[in-house]
Write a protein that binds this ligand. Sequence first.
Ligand code: ATP
Ligand code: MG
Length: 320
Amino acid sequence: MALLEVQGLQTHFFTRRGVVKAVDGVSFSLDKGQALGLVGESGSGKSVTCLSIMRLVAPPGRIVGGKILLDGEDILAKSEPEMQKVRGKRISIVLQDPMSSLNPAFTIGDQVGEAIRAHQGTRGARLKEQIVEMLRLVRVSSPEMRAGQFPHHLSGGMRQRVVGAIALSCQPRVLIADEPTTSLDVTIQLQYLKLLKDIQQRSQLAIIFITHDFGVAARMCDTVAVMYAGKIVEIAGVRQLFNNPVHPYTQALMGSVCRPGQKVERLYSIEGQPPRLSNLPPGCSFAPRCCDATDRCRGNPFPPTVSVEKGHSATCWKLV
Ligand SMILES: Nc1ncnc2c1ncn2[C@@H]1O[C@H](COP(=O)(O)OP(=O)(O)OP(=O)(O)O)[C@@H](O)[C@H]1O
Ligand SMILES: [Mg+2]
């Protein structure tokens, strides 16, 4: 059984201007120790997918369909108090901006200790020990001293590692990292990614890694899912995807259409705008921007998901 299984997830926002189908039929599974990358342009539904898994989508957003199974249990059937035992403890999330995840008025030690206290009931000297242990795990220097300091005493890179320590403090099975390094400079970014990878490999942690950067996905992930307009349009092992991207959107993202043979690591900007999710065209959502689109792509139904080889599938008429 997969550790985390997402089946046909649909999360829609019911706004005055219409229904925004931010996530519309997303499925994937994640085993322990596996790292899944979610890539795709801004607004493609990566964060909403992950917030749905944490059950943190706020109105006007609502999960309207699908299943999220954690160790076979449906998270969507849980009450809010039950969910509070899942969050932070079994699934944790680290966000992009470390400052907004840290409270400036509390010490580093208080914030790292909070989840441990809440979930495990640890107190006193044992709690202090665990706090220092967590800070050491994420390689914060002089952890005993740092525990007594406030967030503004720390550098950006160190704050990000503290946020990591908080997320990992209760030894979650799944860590969601939503672009955790974009606010860091390149060297610090690489150090942080390496740290996460080390922790992941040592503890069999499963990671969902959201990124704009294919280079980061290649370094961190075993499997990569490419999202477009609320759907996964291609999913594959990282090598399969890099060697043989089949969906025109993935190809465009990798720049492989315009620059054959050249290794491209950053997401390229693609001609045209991502569609408005409250007013999607009929048929394939990517058709209006796709060089390969035919009449079949521009009309209903939506293209089927086709298996390219084991572990590699894509949603495109071209493959049928
Ligand atoms: N509160 C909301 N009300 C209406 N629409 C929303 C709301 N929150 C998110 N959306 C819409 O959901 C879609 C998906 O957003 P999401 O944040 O998941 O994108 P993303 O892929 O994470 O983008 P980015 O790379 O910019 O972080 C967007 O089109 C966004 O406009
Ligand atoms: Mg996002």
